[in-house]
Design a protein around this ligand. Structure first.
Ligand SMILES: Cc1cc2nc3c(=O)[nH]c(=O)nc-3n(C[C@H](O)[C@H](O)[C@H](O)COP(=O)(O)O)c2cc1C
Length: 325
């Protein structure tokens, strides 16, 4: 079994799995801009979450769309595919596929707060169904015995009093890595992440599964802040989500000038077009969601953004951006 998590230097960083955000084009941007001597020593990239039932049983068209979520380039390694479902058999099959596709790891989503996912007894609902969560971890291990298996979850469902028993249940399954988003499901992302709970989670990890790599998640806005949190609270790495929007050089030395932001957005649009839009895997509206994060913070940004939002194709958007420099 190969476990890349144990080969990372501490503190390391992960780019969080984010639906319709961390697709192959977005990840390629981070791989390109983190590939310098100044960048953090190791960056782990995650795919968007992918439903296991569709991967295993969808019709050809559905399968093609889902497999596109699991496309990556070698530059993006180490790379982890995130999957979810409440059926152990389907999770086993999906994990097997993830291993066949050459991923470095497979992650189980046990933290998604969205109602449609909760209704399927997936994501954060598993916090209230610990026996099923255990079965799912075991199924994924059976399906992908040669790669690292990890879990991403929250500190509880509606109360942080769930934390000790829930995280102990997960840790007893000895995942290779565990990411804890330091909020409950009920808190969604509305309150500040409770990093002060991390030392208690570290203690549980040390007691139950000392070999599990522990990653903290929530509200990290810079590499420096992430390094401070690791130092202060004792986890091994940090996962960054929203803080990295529009900032492919987040894990390097972010340059916030207008010219650089515009240039990065042009590159991102081109990659999105080539890898996702032209092959028919994603619509242009998905790319549009990134514009606000790139274009902001200087005089005239609002007007440029309005023109950009009105553009109806990658070619038009790039024309607007070139005019805006
Ligand atoms: C647009 C969006 C999509 C997300 N999709 C996923 C997902 O597919 N899988 C997952 O585990 N978490 C998902 N998350 C949660 C993030 O991975 C992360 O846990 C959360 O945003 C907290 O980290 P942050 O404060 O650094 O953003 C998503 C978050 C956002 C904002």
């Amino acid at each position: 079994m190969s476990n890349f998590w144990r080969e990372l230097y501490t503190p390391f960083f992960c780019l969080a799995p984010m639906e319709d955000v961390t697709d192959i084009a977005f990840r390629e941007m981070f791989a390109n801009y983190s590939n310098t001597a100044d960048a953090v020593s190791k960056l782990v990239l995650f795919t968007e979450f992918t439903p296991s039932d569709g991967l295993a049983f969808g019709d050809d068209k559905a399968q093609e769309k889902l497999r596109a979520k699991l496309s990556y380039t070698d530059k993006q390694r180490p790379i982890v595919a995130q999957i979810y479902n409440s059926n152990p058999g389907r999770m086993e099959e999906a994990a097997c596929l993830v291993q066949e596709l050459g991923f470095d790891g497979v992650d189980i989503n046990m933290g998604c707060p969205v109602s449609a996912v909760i209704k399927q007894v997936s994501g954060a609902a598993l916090i209230n169904h610990p026996d099923l969560a255990v079965e799912l971890i075991q199924a994924v291990r059976r399906g992908a015995p040669n790669i690292a298996v990890s879990v991403k979850t929250r500190i509880g469902y509606s109360s942080k009093s769930d934390m000790n028993s829930w995280l102990s249940t997960v840790l007893q399954e000895k995942p290779d890595a565990l990411t804890v988003h330091l909020r409950t499901r009920s808190q969604m992302s509305k309150v500040p992440a409770q990093w002060e709970l991390m030392p208690e989670i570290v203690r549980l990890r040390d007691e139950i599964s000392p070999d599990t790599i522990l990653i903290g998640n929530g509200d990290v806005q810079s590499v420096e802040q992430g390094e401070d949190l690791v130092l202060k609270y004792g986890c091994d790495g940090v996962m960054v989500g929203r803080g990295a929007f529009g900032t492919p050089d987040f894990f390097n030395k972010p340059i916030v000038t207008q010219g650089h932001k515009v240039q990065m957005l042009i590159e991102h649009i081109r990659l999105f077009d080539e890898l996702l839009l032209t092959p028919g895997h994603k619509g242009y509206h998905v790319m549009k969601k990134h514009f606000k994060a790139y274009i902001g913070g200087w005089n005239g940004a609002k007007e440029l953004r309005a023109k950009l939002m009105a553009a109806e194709s990658p070619g038009e958007a790039i024309k607007v951006l070139r005019g805006g420099i």
